[in-house]
Design a protein. Structure first.
Lengths: 208, 287
């Protein structure tokens, strides 16, 4: 039921997640931030069980901090993705974590953003755009159609809103509130906490 | 076999000899098989031999007997409840019902579903009564030890995190805990929802139990941050009353508590059915 969307643009990574936390049919909390900060330039977007997500992300964040303290150097996004995947893979046959993750990060050395798709089964892939949850069904085709390399920030934000509008429109389970975060050379910033309302007809045309 | 005595002994021994955080706060004395879902395995083997003799067709056995085995299982839960809590400007309000059911049978109408953790923190009980009572009492012990060691009151966030970590380590063991940790500390009124799945959520209002949808209806309609104390207590009471009216697994008495900077206080304890008709009469009088 969680929706996570992310893609890479020109020197930034844009990520969005819904802000619902619930139990069976009930929404317990509607401002639950699923995009957790790993360090100054990385975000781990979690979906799946709340408890597993919290504990697993805490594990990754603390170990990344420990590495930084021990070695006085920041890890690259690729390293964090590999480490996370390894933790998921070793746990799958003993004590599985039911979390699906999107890891987005900006590396100062390469001066570009990267996005990794991680699964509860221990799969990991570097992607340009992707999504988790039911959103993946709807948003996959939009991103295939409209994503291109080196999107400007404005174009990227418009594309993200297009994706979120589609999720709100077609997903029968109500997901109106999303949080959009961006990672670039300056670090992580919350772009918008948006509440989509697609009841307004011809919404796209109005904005244009 | 798991016994309460052996757990307490272990705790006391380790506080004297060993100051390690983990061993002292752990309750890892449950002896269940070392497989992925030990509780479900334990339930599945109850009545196994008898059924095998009765029915030799293994496939039918698995499909038909599953419900029967569940009913005959020795580990049953007392489920069905409505508990709610919310924070507002002046503190935290906690309201609960007091019915415990076991299937169609009302086991008790006077269950204590609010467990005091310390003088300014309450824990609510939903799901398995034994699980909640034990872990909340254990949380109370841990919080007391923390205060003695660190000479400061433990925050609600820390207490809820401790409980969360303990419950997370038992997450496939079939525990059923849907507890809310409500309190007032230096950050003001605080409310956390803790689950046996391992979730921990912070919000300004929660309702847990089979009657929670009904309670949410009344609660969401009347909730504001700037309620007066009387209005807030009345809101909590009315929400539980509405839930007991609609949900057959909730009932008994409606207990309301209030927590502010001076600690927690039990405000009222009214019979749920009487309360409903009292409210009805009030409405009639208004008209």
């Amino acid at each position: 039921m969680d929706s996570l969307v992310g893609f890479v643009g020109k020197n930034y990574v844009l990520m969005a997640g819904d802000t619902n936390a619930g139990r069976s049919i009930m929404r317990l909390k509607d401002d639950f931030d699923k995009l957790v900060q790993v360090d100054s330039h990385k975000i781990l977007a979690k979906s799946g069980e709340i408890g597993d997500g919290n504990q697993f992300c805490n594990l990754i964040i603390r170990n990344v901090s420990l590495y930084r303290i021990n070695n006085e150097t920041e890890l690259t996004t690729k390293s964090v993705a590999h480490y996370t995947r390894r933790q998921l893979a070793t746990a799958i046959r003993k004590n599985p974590y039911s979390v699906n993750l999107l890891l987005g990060g900006y590396d100062k050395k390469d001066q570009m953003g990267s996005l990794y798709y991680l699964d509860y089964l221990g799969s990991s892939k570097k992607i340009n755009y992707g999504a988790h949850g039911y959103a993946a069904l709807f948003v996959g085709s939009i991103l295939d159609r409209f994503w291109k390399e080196d999107l400007d920030f404005e174009e990227g934000l418009e594309l993200m809103k297009k994706c979120l509008r589609e999720v709100e429109k077609r997903l029968i389970i109500g997901t109106r509130c999303f949080v959009i975060k961006m990672i670039n050379s300056d670090g992580i910033s919350v772009v918008e906490k948006v509440m989509i309302n697609s009841e307004k007809k011809n919404e796209i045309e109005e904005e244009n | 076999m798991f016994t309460l005595g052996s757990v307490l002994d272990n705790d006391f021994k380790s506080t004297i000899e060993d100051f390690s955080f983990e061993t002292e706060f752990s309750t890892n004395q449950l002896m269940l098989p070392n497989i992925e879902k030990p509780f479900e395995f334990a339930q599945s083997i109850i009545g196994l031999e008898k059924d095998l003799q009765e029915n030799e067709n293994q496939l039918m056995f698995h499909q038909q007997k599953k419900e029967e085995r569940k009913e005959r299982a020795l580990i049953k839960g007392y489920k069905g409840t409505t508990t709610l809590a919310f924070i507002y400007e002046k503190g935290t309000v906690v309201a609960v019902d007091s019915r415990a059911t076991s299937g169609q049978y009302i086991a008790s109408q006077s269950v204590q579903k609010v467990v005091p953790v310390n003088e300014y923190m309450l824990g609510t009980l939903a799901g398995g009564a034994a699980d909640c009572q034990f872990f909340l009492a254990h949380l109370g012990r841990i919080c007391n030890l923390y205060e003695l060691r660190n000479n400061e009151k433990i925050s609600v966030a820390a207490a809820s995190k401790l409980l969360n970590n303990i419950l997370y380590s038992y997450r496939n063991y079939g525990l059923s805990v849907g507890s809310m940790i409500c309190g007032y500390d230096t950050r003001g009124p605080q409310l956390y929802y803790i689950d046996s799945d391992g979730s921990r959520l912070k919000n300004s209002l929660f309702s847990v139990g089979s009657g929670s949808p009904f309670a949410y209806g009344v609660l969401d309609a009347g909730y504001r941050w700037d309620l007066s104390k009387e209005e807030a207590l009345d809101l909590g009471r009315r929400a539980i009353c509405a839930a007991t009216f609609k949900d057959s697994y909730s009932g008994g008495t409606v207990k309301v508590y209030h927590i502010d900077e001076n600690g927690w206080v039990k405000i009222s304890d009214d019979d749920a059915s009487e309360l409903w008709y009292r409210y009805e009469e009030k409405e009639k009088k208004k008209k």
